[in-house]
Ligand binder design. Structure first.
Ligand code: CDP
Length: 218
């Protein structure tokens, strides 16, 4: 018997290049749920600013760019560029920007079908009542190697030391900001993927989710 009849809501949080996006997509496929990569919202704001020549140092201009989010093509390859990533990391620290993007994320999480969302503050701010919460992480050096392979695969030049410095800077900004800092929710399961390849990481995430579900229905 299912003791909890709420729709299945899965929150996946973690730092840059931890594998949370791939894991969230795999969980969505496995459980047949819609998926939202919330980092894309911040990237869409960043791309809008970049295109209009806005100043990422200005919260006012970042807030104006939030109005353009719906017009950004989610398949635009520029969304994943290093310039846009770096602007996204800066503007995501603004409380006003986070507030402007809140409703979109909360309504996605509230769908009657259930949902999977991945980001930095899903288990803590967006969906604190999620059924399953995973905090996916890996050592900075491992994440830098993964990010480098990703960049090289896209034909972008990358140096390990530079990528590692960038990962550490992003970690510091994500965890150190006042507005919704990156943090493991108290009731989240920790998944360290440092020693796991992607298939093993996905299998481990599904096992953790199944464990939580079994406890819910017990
Ligand atoms: O791929 P990566 O993990 O580096 O980035 P992402 O998940 O696409 O997120 C892009 C930027 O948005 C990051 O710098 C995060 O700090 C920020 N972000 C956030 O503040 N809150 C979220 N829920 C998701 C992303």
């Amino acid at each position: 018997m299912n003791a909890d009849s709420r729709p299945l809501l899965i929150a996946v949080d973690g730092p840059a290049a931890s594998g949370k996006g791939t894991i969230a997509r795999a969980l969505a496929r496995h459980f047949g749920l819609p998926h939202m990569d919330t980092g894309m919202l911040y990237r869409a704001v960043a791309l809008t600013m970049f295109r209009f020549g806005g100043d990422p140092g200005s919260e006012f201009e970042a807030l104006r760019a939030c109005e353009g989010v719906a017009q950004v093509d989610p398949t635009d390859t520029e969304l994943r560029s290093e310039t846009v990533s770096s602007i996204a990391s800066r503007i995501s620290a603004y409380a006003g920007v986070r507030a402007a993007l809140l409703d979109r994320q909360r309504s996605f999480a509230a769908q009657s079908s259930g949902a999977v969302l991945d980001g930095r503050d899903i288990g803590t701010v967006i969906a604190p009542n999620a059924t399953i919460k995973l905090f996916v992480t890996a050592a900075p050096e491992v994440r830098a190697r993964r990010r480098m392979a990703e960049l090289l695969a896209r034909g972008m030049p990358a140096h390990f030391e530079d990528v590692l410095i960038d990962i550490r800077a992003r970690d510091a900004r994500d965890s150190g900001r006042e507005a919704a800092p990156l943090a493991q929710a108290e009731d989240a399961s920790l998944l360290d993927t440092s020693e796991l390849d992607i298939d093993d990481a996905i299998a481990a995430a599904i096992a953790l989710a199944d464990e939580k579900l079994a406890a819910r229905t017990a």
